[in-house]
Unconditional design. Structure first.
Length: 180
């Protein structure tokens, strides 16, 4: 049994597993249960959030290939895929893609059974988290025009009429929403 350690606050990682069951058996399992439930069963992880997990037959990628799917669809750098390109091309049957969001930022230990073989872990290209410097004078604190106060809302009869009209429109929208 292989143990896979997931570090805390992991993000942007995709784990590709080959499913070592006959294709007909997986197709039947997918017709009997949801993909997230099947993924939890295959991963031996009943508490894992597998709502974003993908399970699909390699034949769905005919003409594209799994490496191109990861590169084009998930922005995995080609340099990461190069060492495993032949393994990815040789896969048949079903595969399972497990994403970092399944772990919710928590350190996790996975112990998948013999039904899964980890092919590789690939990182998505993530945008840099550098803050953009705000150097404009208008972005500085207390740089607004001093002494300008907001307009005073209408009072008296005009204010009351506006309130009644706003309530009538709100009630009409609520009734329309409930009836449709």
């Amino acid at each position: 049994m292989t143990t896979i350690l997931i570090s805390p606050r992991e993000r942007g990682q995709i784990r590709v597993f080959a499913i070592n069951r006959p294709s007909l058996e997986i197709a039947k399992a997918l017709s009997d249960q949801s993909k997230p439930n099947l993924a939890r069963d295959l991963l031996n992880a009943p508490d894992l959030d597998t709502s974003s997990t993908e399970i699909f037959p390699i034949s769905d990628l005919a003409g594209v290939g799994l490496a191109a799917y990861l590169s084009d669809g998930y922005a995995v750098d080609d340099a990461q895929l190069t060492p495993d390109r032949s393994k990815l091309a040789a896969l048949d049957g079903y595969v399972l893609l497990l994403f970092s969001d399944s772990f919710g930022g928590a350190a996790t230990t996975l112990s998948p059974g013999p039904d899964l073989t980890l092919i590789g872990t690939y990182g998505e290209l993530l945008p840099e988290d550098k803050p953009i410097p705000l150097d404009a004078d208008s972005a500085q604190p207390y740089s607004g025009l001093p002494g300008i106060s907001p307009p005073t809302p209408p009072r008296g009869a005009a204010g009351s009429v506006l309130t009644v009209v706003a309530l009538a429109i709100g009630l009409a929208l609520l009734l329309w929403w409930l009836l449709t």
